[in-house]
Design a protein around this ligand. Sequence first.
Ligand SMILES: NC(=O)c1ccc[n+]([C@@H]2O[C@H](COP(=O)([O-])OP(=O)(O)OC[C@H]3O[C@@H](n4cnc5c(N)ncnc54)[C@H](O)[C@@H]3O)[C@@H](O)[C@H]2O)c1
Length: 670
Amino acid sequence: MTTADFKKMIVEGIPGKLPAPKPYDQNLNHAPRRKDILSPEEKKLAIKNALRYFPLQFHKILAGEFARELIDTGRIYMFRFRPDYEIKARHIDDFPYKSRHAAAIMLMISNNLDTSVAQHPHELITYGGNGAVFQNWAQYRLTMKYLSEMTDEQTLVIYSGHPLGLFPSHKDAPRLVVTNGMVIPNYSSQDDWERFNALGVSQYGQMTAGSYMYIGPQGIVHGTTITILNTCRKLRGKNKDNGLKLFVSSGLGGMSGAQPKAASLAGVISVIAEINPKAINTRYTQGWVDEVVSDTERLAERVNDAIKGKRAVSFAYHGNIVDLWEQFARYNIKIDIGSDQTSLHNPWAGGYYPAGISFEESNRLISSDPEKFKELVRESLRRQVKAINTHCERGTYFFDYGNAFLLEASRAGADIMNSQGNFKYPSYVEDIMGPMCFDYGFGPFRWVCCSNDPADLEMTDRIAAETLGKIMKDSPLEIQQQLSDNLLWIEQASKNKLVVGSQARILYADAEGRIAIAKRFNSAIERGIISAPVVIGRDHHDVSGTDSPYRETSNIRDGSKFTADMAVQNVIGDSFRGATWVSLHNGGGVGWGEVINGGFGMVLDGSKETDKKLTMMLHWDVNNGIARRSWARNSGAMFTLEREMKRTPGLNVTVPFIADDRLIDEALSE
Ligand SMILES: NC(=O)c1ccc[n+]([C@@H]2O[C@H](COP(=O)([O-])OP(=O)(O)OC[C@H]3O[C@@H](n4cnc5c(N)ncnc54)[C@H](O)[C@@H]3O)[C@@H](O)[C@H]2O)c1
């Protein structure tokens, strides 16, 4: 297909002639059949809702087809309207546009739906089992059409995948404002999501799926490497010799699949349990897992060999994580670091496979007997926690990996609470990422080269490394470790060959680093050293972007961790400081109703105005969270804020006085 044909199809939007039905592609990973939750009346409503996108002459054929999709899959994806062209990141100028910034957004959407990037591409799911870009193919087609015709005086509004339309605005406004899954708080249970999503009126956008900022596995490999490196440092404390550590966890899926690769980069032996043979095969053929073993006795032998040989080997255990924990306890294998990355944010619809029954049987039970399936999941979680507790009594450091493991285990009645009524184990943010990274402003900054040219990516890597190197020379001791980890990462980035899809890079940086790197990119674009615009953004899993009491804000201890002011303020603040697009989501990572998170994208186009915008917006985007973390009395954030106020005119933040606990105890005992 020529570029001109491709452009024509984008501009066409919903085609005037009904396209032929699409065959089901067996070679791709498909979303599991969703729960049959709608009443007969609601099913009618779901079909009526879906038909809103199409002219009346299509309705007779489509009504029957959509009814079948709803029965067969639990959703109406409108498979027939999946376009015939390949969906992938392309050069920005290969998209049809009137606004070049809108073309950059098209590139980012296309990357999220690329079959080599997305988890269930035909169901428009990028990652995490339910992280949707759109609810159906009509929404995709309409959105791309709107983006192709919008000017720099309009803003596109998206409600949970549904393009509400183009509205007049102005040049400095965001070109796109996205919300995902925003519901009235009392209607945010798991079943509410199932119902609203089946009706076609809401979606779970995860974090970077519904905000078009996913960059394939690289982002997660980097984040997981940083987590494992910092966990080893935490365990080491003041001791110099860290020894070779053994890490045990589960999941070789979208994000969890990064664990073996990251463990190897961090110099740690890893054993990751995975029940789905397809997921194992993906990671093994990719070279992210060294060995696959299905027998726990053999696995124990191979792990002992690796320990003796001092080799950071990565193993995939084909089986259930519960069996792995139980068997390793029996064989007396000393696990240093333990975690879990099953998709427990989505426990009843295929996120967690219970022990004791086969993978296939689970998939059947999810829709044929959901109540029985739920009970099996709960029982399995109780068993898993029991085995983990045994290991932890023997010295394992266990942490929750932001997948709602502790939360769901507690709901299942597992022995997971301590005598004070708190979880026995910390979340990785509570103990590691929060105090060691986020409180100092370090988080997952990322960029995408809109030329789609590896040469541009190489240039940006070089510029970023030089910039970080310079910053490091004058930086305080408190952030030297973070800077040096990321400098090393960016220096080796191209060697690690982690680019899948768009030409993207990630590194952890603070406000100073993010602004300095973005400014230098913008100037290089202006001078033609980088050949096309660059999109900057971040994961929502960051300093300020996310309010999530069991994850991003789990180390906020002033009682405010169940509030969501920070995440909402962040998106509002980004939008009027120059973001090209912003998004605000309910759900993401830990589950629907458990988190509010947001993100942004900004197109660097080499202009003077962009230079001003990026400085203002990135400064707010990090320091909003620093100010909140400082107000919560987090020492790292208080240090960072004090430093920031000294060097930023106009920044004047309320800082806490720290009361003496004894005084308060005395006051209460009087
Ligand atoms: N990697 C990170 O940094 C990170 C950060 C935050 C949250 N998370 C969370 O981690 C979870 C996993 O994310 P993902 O994108 O990999 O999801 P995913 O659904 O793609 O992968 C999870 C994998 O776990 C496997 N699995 C489920 N139950 C199992 C069991 N009992 N035993 C063995 N394997 C089992 C599944 O087959 C699946 O392949 C999500 O809840 C996500 O929100 C990850």
